[in-house]
Ligand binder design. Structure first.
Ligand SMILES: [Zn+2]
Length: 175
């Protein structure tokens, strides 16, 4: 899997130069490497941004100088922008765009989606391990003890609360 350092488009390893801008391709260096997702304009762009946000995927719209329309210059914000997402979220972001109709799944890709999915799954597993390591045994014990204390407090609150209410009702009835 390769990426274009210029326009951030993914490519198969068999490519040496970007099919979009001609820059020499390189390997993916970081899990959150900015990756080109889709080109969109105006409302569509906002629609995609909202859909990605709903999925918890951060996105960056990049306006390309050669894409500026007169409207964008006058501040109406309707020019084309390329929407980029972190590489590790790419397959999910792609699926989201297909679901809302912003990407046609029939459009041929310059890379292998299955390979991208595999790499992203591995990134996900790696991060899960990291979270597990962060949750060290001593920390886990602390959480268990805290949980037990909170449970006992809740039980006490219920028991004492019932006693208090019973006494109050008895008082009301003049007992
Ligand atoms: Zn490129």
């Amino acid at each position: 899997m390769k990426i274009c350092p210029g326009c951030k488009r993914l490519h198969r390893d068999t490519y040496t130069d970007c099919t979009e801008c001609g820059k020499p391709l390189r390997g993916i260096e970081r899990d959150n490497e900015e990756t080109y997702l889709v080109t969109a304009e105006g409302f569509e762009r906002e629609h995609i941004r909202a859909a990605l946000e709903d999925e918890g995927i951060p996105c960056v719209p990049r306006f390309r100088n050669d894409m500026y329309s007169s409207d964008e210059v006058t501040g109406k914000g309707t020019s084309l922008a390329e929407i980029n997402v972190p590489f590790s979220a790419y397959p999910k972001a792609y699926d989201t765009c297909v679901m809302i109709g912003s990407i046609d799944p029939q459009t041929p890709l310059t890379f292998d989606m299955e390979e991208a999915e595999k790499i992203c799954r591995e990134i996900g597993e790696k991060n899960k391990d990291k979270i597990r390591e962060d949750m060290s045994p001593s920390k886990r014990t602390t959480y268990k003890v805290l949980g037990a204390v909170i449970f006992l407090l809740l039980v006490a609150a219920v028991v004492l609360g019932t006693d208090f209410i019973t006494a109050w009702i008895k008082g009301l009835l003049g007992g």
